[in-house]
Each structure stands twice: as structure tokens, then as C-alpha cells.
Design a protein around this ligand. Structure first.
Ligand code: DAH
Length: 344
């Protein structure tokens, strides 16, 4: 009996039929149908393979080889066709897209102009040996005024000018309170800067807000002189605004310094006559401030006979307005992206 014979013909027939179907498949779904139709549980080749058990012993090897050959030829053809169809699909998906175009720029953030000018000011002063110090924004009258030699009837202490809480505490009207907080806990030499917010009940307009930013400085030691103060601040403004910037010290009054000055820098705005603009207050620390500190400390660490010092306070908002020619201080707090973008 030629039992193996039909199988020997059947298998190559299944194989060539399958290869023809694979070649004809135009999409991945059709190809999958072909695969299932041939190699699936009830596929033609699977069913044929089930007939192996009836093949006479002497034909088993040959039929087995035919089966294996068919299976692998079909699998290879399926794989190749699958890859080809995938590539066609990819090309279709990309049709009309130029993948060599540069990517769209990502919208990145940037530092606020106030942050930029503050960081620059800090960097310059740190190079000169000033360390960062800090103090609370909710202050008491002692640190904001009394210890700074500011008498009870001084206009700065008026409720019309200062935000008071019911508790009697207040929103600090200047960063000068950090001078006091620092000297209470450190001994000379003291060389600190304290950037931070200050609050006043000002009428809001193009140059005033009820919250603004200051940077306080204090240098106390055994030989600190007025030339040190002038040299330090002249250097500072030259670094910040350029070496050609003119700086002048105008005699003024502050309760906590004697003598006191206001500092102006000469501004040259394109198309405008150069003008002086006030940027800071400064002076030599008043001995009365040291006396008050010693009383609080209950020692003589800041003996006005042996230590001297200078202090300064500048408006950071004003510095930013000068640096970039910003005409309205309110722009600094409105967070309008069209404005802020210019500083990115
Ligand atoms: N605290 C003053 C103000 O807010 C500025 C100031 C003036 C600070 C003189 C100082 C100084 O340290 O010595 O107007």
C-alpha cells in the first residue's frame, strides 16, 4: 500500500498554495488570515501533520522532512511579508511629513527680572565678603524702629504709612530690621546682606507698590570708615551698571546712621537727557544703635568706642527698572508673559 503517497503530494501542494496566498496578501489582516488558515489549529498544514501517525514507517522520515520544510518555508514567507507590509504602512503614515525638519522649540521658563537683578547684586556683594542674612517680614516695633533709633513720633511709625496687626506687630517697612536681628546674635566683625520684601501703605502708582524689594547691607568692625562705605558702594554700582556709571552721595537723614546719605546714579536712557536717580540710602551706623544692641545683648560686644560700621539699603525694584528701562513698577508683579518674555 502506498500510504505515504498522498501526503507526499499533499504537503508540497499546501506549501505552494500558502506561498501564493502570502504573496497575494495586500494587508496585515489578510496575511494573518492566511497564517491561521495554514498554521492555525485547524490550518491545512496542521491537519496534514496530524496524518503523520498513518504514514508507514519507511516513509515517515521523508514525509517528516517535507512537513518541516513546508512549515519553515511558510513561516519565513510570512515573516518577510509581514516586514514588507509594516514598512509600507510606515511609509504611508509618514507620507507628507518631513522628518528632517527641526523640532518645534519648547517653551522654557526664565527667571523674573527681579530675581535676576537680586541674584546679580548678591553675587557682587558676596565677592566682597558679605554673607547672606535673613529676618522675619512680620516684625515688632522694637526691631523695625526702636532699636534703629527711630522715635515713637517718627512719621514712618504712623498707621497711615505702616501695616499694623491687632497684636501690635507690623509688616516690616524696611529690611533694616535685619541689621538688629543680626547684631543681636553675632559679634563683630559683621558683614552681611539681607535681600527681602518690605511693606508700606503707599498709594499704588507707576513707581510705588505696597510691597517692594530691598537689599540691606551692614558692615561692622574695628576700622570701618566712610571711605570704605563709598568705595564699596561705588564698586557695587560700577559692577552692576557698568564702569562708566556715575555715582553720587547726597547728604540726607536717617535715624540709624550718622552721617547719612542718599545714593544717586546717573542714568543715560537712549533719546533722553542723562538724569540722576536715587537708588539707595546709606550711612555710618549711629552709636545709639550699637548702645541699644548692647543693652539687648547685655554685653559690650558692639562698644561704640571700639567698633564702627556702615549700613545701606537699596530698592531692588528700582534697580531692575533702571537696568531694563521699565517705566511702571506694576509690570513687575502683573506676571504678564508678554512682558516677562523679554527677560528670558
Ligand atoms: N531703611 C531705609 C529705607 O527703607 C534705607 C536705608 C537707609 C538703609 C540708610 C540703611 C541705611 O541701612 O544706612 O528707606
Amino acid at each position: 500500500m502506498a500510504h505515504g503517497f498522498p501526503m507526499k503530494e499533499q504537503i508540497p501542494a499546501i506549501q505552494s498554495e500558502a506561498l501564493a496566498q502570502i504573496a497575494a496578501a495586500a494587508d496585515e489582516r489578510t496575511l494573518e488570515e492566511v497564517r491561521v488558515g495554514v498554521l492555525g489549529k485547524k490550518g491545512t498544514l496542521t491537519l496534514a501533520a496530524a496524518g503523520m501517525k498513518d504514514v508507514p514507517k519507511e516513509d515517515k522520515a521523508e514525509v517528516g522532512q517535507l512537513l518541516n520544510a513546508a512549515r519553515s518555508a511558510i513561516a519565513t514567507a510570512l515573516e518577510t511579508k509581514q516586514a514588507a507590509l509594516q514598512e509600507l504602512a510606515d511609509l504611508a503614515a509618514l507620507a507628507g511629513i518631513d522628518v528632517t525638519l527641526p523640532a518645534r522649540p519648547l517653551a522654557t521658563g526664565a527667571l523674573h527680572p527681579l530675581t535676576q537683578i537680586r541674584d546679580e547684586a548678591i553675587a557682587i556683594l558676596r565677592r566682597m565678603g558679605f554673607a547672606l542674612a535673613d529676618g522675619p517680614e512680620i516684625e515688632d516695633e522694637f526691631h523695625c524702629f526702636d532699636a534703629l533709633n527711630t522715635p515713637a513720633d517718627h512719621p514712618a511709625r504712623n498707621e497711615k504709612d505702616t501695616f499694623y496687626f491687632d497684636s501690635g506687630k507690623l509688616l516690616r517697612t524696611h529690611t533694616s530690621s535685619v541689621q538688629i536681628r543680626t547684631m543681636e546674635s553675632a559679634k563683630p566683625p559683621v558683614r552681611i546682606i539681607a535681600p527681602g520684601s518690605a511693606y508700606r501703605r503707599d498709594e499704588i502708582d507707576a513707581t510705588h507698590l505696597s510691597v517692594f524689594n530691598q537689599l540691606e547691607g551692614l558692615y561692622v568692625g574695628t576700622d570701618v570708615s566712610l571711605p570704605d562705605l563709598k568705595g564699596t558702594l561705588e564698586y557695587f554700582f560700577h559692577e552692576l551698571f557698568g564702569p562708566e556709571t556715575e555715582v553720587r552721595f547726597r547728604p540726607h537723614f536717617f535715624p540709624f546712621t550718622e552721617p547719612s546719605f542718599e545714593i544717586d546714579v546717573k542714568l543715560t536712557v537712549k533719546g533722553q537727557a542723562p538724569r540722576w536717580i536715587e537708588v539707595a540710602g546709606c550711612g555710618m551706623v549711629d552709636p545709639a544703635v550699637f548702645e541699644s544692641i548692647n543693652q539687648t545683648r547685655k554685653d559690650k560686644a558692639f562698644d561704640p568706642e571700639t567698633v564702627t560700621g556702615f549700613a545701606f539699603g537699596m530698592g531692588l525694584d528700582r534697580l531692575a527698572m533702571i537696568r531694563w528701562g521699565i517705566k511702571d513698577i506694576r509690570l513687575l508683579i502683573e506676571n504678564d508673559v508678554r512682558f516677562l518674555k523679554q527677560f528670558a
